[in-house]
Design a protein around this ligand. Sequence first.
Ligand SMILES: Cc1ncc(COP(=O)(O)O)c(C=O)c1O
Length: 377
Amino acid sequence: MTVLSSRPDLWTLDPDVLHLNHGSYGAVPRRTQEVMAGLRAEMDANPMVWFRTVADRLTTSRLELAAYLETDPAGFALVPNASAGVTVALATLPIPAGSRIVLTDHTYGAVRYAAERFAKANQAEVVIVGIPLEADDETVVSLIAERLDGASVLIVDQITSGTAKVLPIDGLVKAAHERGVPIVVDGAHAPALIDAPAAAGADFWTGNFHKWPAAPRATAGLVVAEQWRSATMPLIVSWSEYEERMPERFDMQGTYDYIPWIAAPESLRVLAALDWPTRRPQLTALVEEGARILAKSLGTGVAEVVHPPATMRLVELPSSVDLSGGDALKMRISRELKAEITFTGFEERKFIRLSAHAYNSPADYQKLSEGLPKLLA
Ligand SMILES: Cc1ncc(COP(=O)(O)O)c(C=O)c1O
């Protein structure tokens, strides 16, 4: 097997910093930044010409992004982020008074807020299903399925954020549809980590290109099942209000910065040039070994998550670590250790959610393991 080398040279990340949290805001490769800079120069040289050409450029980009997801382009729209994708889904689906919006205790906080807003507006109720970290696929499906009575919507993560767990979307789509419940899949972390992530036939699927595919920020996709397409409207009312085709309805959102959407396919080409299908399992090995070394240095363990995603692992924090100061500890680590990491939690447990991307190498995890225990002591 060819061992692919780490490629920090393809990014512009500060080499003095350990970048070990790709999962939050991604990182844009140099080549995509250059494409964006070229587009920005074009836009600012003649804004009138630029905005006359935006629609065609968006069509080209949208078709490329839909092909990458292996999804029907007629049901694929561009949205700024997964939060927007979930909000559009909740604004489209009927939520009768007295019905339930079903989530899990792994649901991303902002998505739970969206569910709460729509529940309140419709006199519905939010129901949160508890899923143990150690639950296998069958258990996940049955725990959720048994709470679907009276549900108007089920929202599930494809890869959970705080707990880095892959949920069994095929089984959940089946369980929801057998009970006549529409399902919204929050695939914020799925593109580039799961192949054809929208293939299971959810009513709505949304996912970020600005995380693992390293696209410019504010680039996400929304995949809508055929029966909902005519009713699905963008959050901003603009000139495409009466456009018949759903994808085009989402393209023009008033005067807006369309450059990230237009440049996003360049990041897919960077990933292809990095031989992503071969590299991804190597990143899995890298993050697993990195998590093992870090856990050893902290005297803890790597959380035993059933179905962890390809490039993220949870390292248990010692129970003595106090995270009550919000970002204070992360800022101290950033300042004193020059390391960017993130903390998450579940029930009473606290974790470092460690990641690996093509710019990481074993030395990154080694350096973190050497410095972090002293700082947490
Ligand atoms: C599961 C999940 N859903 C939604 C989001 C929100 O993504 P965005 O900030 O791009 O809207 C995230 C972000 O990390 C996430 O992990």
